[in-house]
Design a protein around this ligand. Structure first.
Ligand code: ZN
Length: 272
């Protein structure tokens, strides 16, 4: 994320603008009016919520200090606001704020989930030097969990393999993705997932880039690969449909700010 400094404690003597992002599970509090700035102003949040349980620092972006507050109640909310899935923020915000809001959710969720030690059940405390929670009794430490997942475009000459996942909330088609299992190299994950989900064998697996994807605390590690052999045979538990698409015949695509979309656009650019 550009122009972003992560913070573990609130900035000292800060006189700039502050914003508190309010979360309830996967949702974020936004203004009901979708035309203006979607994130409610600091004053609105401060006047409504009890902030004695201090919001968790996230960081400073473009001179604005952001922190996160997790609330249990999603019915009692400030006037003219509503809760919305964080993933849908891309419709009304820029890329930086979209990721910042995702990161805020990830951090506040971790902060709420690990208030107690998983080993002995005592209270944990946050550290001021790094993002870790340490048990006050046994010293067990818990860092934010990040799950590595591969995502891969598979091309066959002028075509790209895209699939519609059964968990997608919209009828989008995307490149294939899957979590890395213990003991696997990333390339092995690519081969296994593509084979499991579509029955296609791939070759020439090349690294493309990476993207933290905070909506499930994942790290997406992207690859490109070429079709080797096989016919499409979908795993109908995870995939509803899959097919080969040409640049002039693309279906509905995933979120613009996702690396999945970048992989697909990379294929389109190379084809032209
Ligand atoms: Zn403990």
């Amino acid at each position: 994320m550009k122009n972003f400094i992560q913070l573990l404690i609130p900035p000292e003597n800060f006189t700039g603008q502050s914003i508190i992002l309010v979360y309830h599970d996967m949702e974020i509090l936004v203004e009901k009016d979708e035309d203006g700035n979607p994130i409610p102003e600091y004053k609105k949040i401060r006047d409504y919520y009890d902030l004695s349980d201090l919001p968790v620092p996230i960081g400073i972006m473009k001179g604005v200090y952001y922190s996160a507050l997790n609330v249990d109640d999603k019915m009692e909310i400030p006037e003219n606001t509503k809760f919305m899935n964080v993933r849908h923020l891309y419709r009304t915000t820029n890329e930086d704020l979209f990721y910042l809001a995702g990161l805020g959710r990830q951090i506040s969720d971790w902060n709420t989930t690990f208030r107690f030690c998983g080993k002995c059940g005592s209270r944990t405390a946050s550290h001021t030097d790094e993002r870790v929670k340490i048990c006050s009794n046994c010293g067990h430490s818990v860092y934010p969990k990040i799950s590595p997942a591969m995502i891969c475009s598979v091309t066959r000459g002028p075509e790209i393999l895209l699939a519609r996942g059964s968990k997608f909330t919209q009828p989008v088609y995307s490149v294939l993705a899957g979590f890395v299992e213990p003991g696997e190299t990333l390339e092995e994950t690519v081969e296994r997932e593509v084979m499991e989900e579509t029955g296609i064998s791939v070759k020439n697996i090349m690294y493309f880039g990476s993207q933290p994807w905070p909506f499930s605390s994942s790290m997406m590690i992207a690859f490109t690969a070429e079709y080797d052999y096989g016919e499409i045979k979908i795993d109908d538990k995870e995939i509803l449909d899959a097919g080969w698409f040409t640049p002039d015949n693309l279906p509905m695509l995933p979120t613009p700010y996702s690396i999945a979309r970048r992989l697909i656009m990379n294929f389109v650019e190379k084809s032209s």
